[in-house]
Write a protein that binds this ligand. Sequence first.
Ligand SMILES: Nc1ncnc2c1ncn2[C@@H]1O[C@H](COP(=O)(O)OP(=O)(O)OP(=O)(O)O)[C@@H](O)[C@H]1O
Length: 458
Amino acid sequence: MWGQETELGEMDRLWGQAREELQKIVGADCFSTWIEPLRLTGVEDGTATIASPTRFLSDWVSRHYSDDILKVLDRMGGPVQRLQFETRSQTARQAAAPAVKRPSQPRTQSDEELTAPLDSRFTFENFVVGKPNELAHAAARRVAEGGPVTFNPLFLYGGVGLGKTHLMHAIAREIQVRRPEARVLYLSAEQFMYRFVQALRDRTVMDFKELFRTVSVLMVDDVQFIAGKDSTQEEFFHTFNTLVDQGKQIVISADRAPGEIKDMEERIKSRLQCGLVVDLHPTDYELRLGILQSKTESFRNQYPGLQIAPGVLEFLAHRITSNVRVLEGALQRLFAFASLMGREINLDMAQECLADILRANDRKVSIEEIQRKVAEHYNIRLADMIGPKRMRTVARPRQIAMYLAKQMTSRSLPEIGRRFGGRDHTTIMHGVKKIEELRSADRSLAEDIDLLRRLLEA
Ligand SMILES: Nc1ncnc2c1ncn2[C@@H]1O[C@H](COP(=O)(O)OP(=O)(O)OP(=O)(O)O)[C@@H](O)[C@H]1O
């Protein structure tokens, strides 16, 4: 039991244990951003008191992690039914716990309370550029490099998980590095609303206005969130206008183009469109492969010694087309699985371990379609795909079709074998391996395969 007389040292020891549990529950990134700066200072009558460096942090933790914290504390020595947060001053915090990670410390307590933490992985260096995102990337770089404000606002939009937040964080980070004196305020539209409502409640609206209107760069993520929220929209509109009039840079992101945001006032939509509006297009195969290669490099440090068989990244880039977040999650899962099992990452493992993701992304290309397209392309008879002929002019296209069937469908090797004239699964495996080897050595074959795949995906 936690006792009323529990010593402060003992409290630190218990909180140390609780933190370990919490890290497992919320994950390393969320932990270091939200939980690590907290400290347990007392437990009395079922209420645990948690010291937090800022009010923003305590509000956030209380809304998102209260249940987890209560559960862990209760398990460790309960009963604890309630949490209360107290905000500690900067000095107390420095002595007590590491600060929330930022590239540089914001200049005032108020900025600090308003600015959302930046993810240290979301940098320009880690952003892989391809055709679908090159314009958005170039515009983001231009804004981050500073100089005269040429387009205001920069409005970035695109579907789920295509890199909007990544680019926003990269811009904020780069500006802070290049111009440490600049006051960059980055927050989500939800946080903007939340702070605004809080200011209304606390009767500190003037302070709120003053704060927002004196920043050097304002960055608001997911602006579609304020659609339909009238007074927040109103306040946002005035903040926006004041900053634009002062020549301050504004960067906005959303999941759709300004004109398509429903329940957003026309005057705001039109304001949002008056700078540069760029979209992040859905990824193409080359970009997905580039992202997978780049993430694999970083996973290699985390999981040293793990091998990936040729063709696996290509397979993932072809089959997982929904968004980059899912792609990343799939790769992460493969690495974790391979490291637990002490196995190499190969195609079979990828199909087994990612069956749910692959099913959700299934493009429903049939083996018959593959056989037909490949036969047409190499000018052989469709019947030869399943027939017994062994001469190379027939056998090679057949192996290519087997390879594409393995890459583009969720069928198992025995199932593919059955559709290739009842061949054994080892024959299919051999065919797939052969094409994998040839692909890396024979450029024109690799181009043929890519072309066929594009035709089949169309
Ligand atoms: N071009 C890219 N290069 C490297 N990583 C990328 C790229 N695009 C997206 N990612 C990664 O994909 C994940 C999702 O990206 P992000 O959170 O920026 O998406 P989003 O567009 O903001 O999505 P949402 O609409 O859900 O907020 C992140 O981990 C990000 O690093």
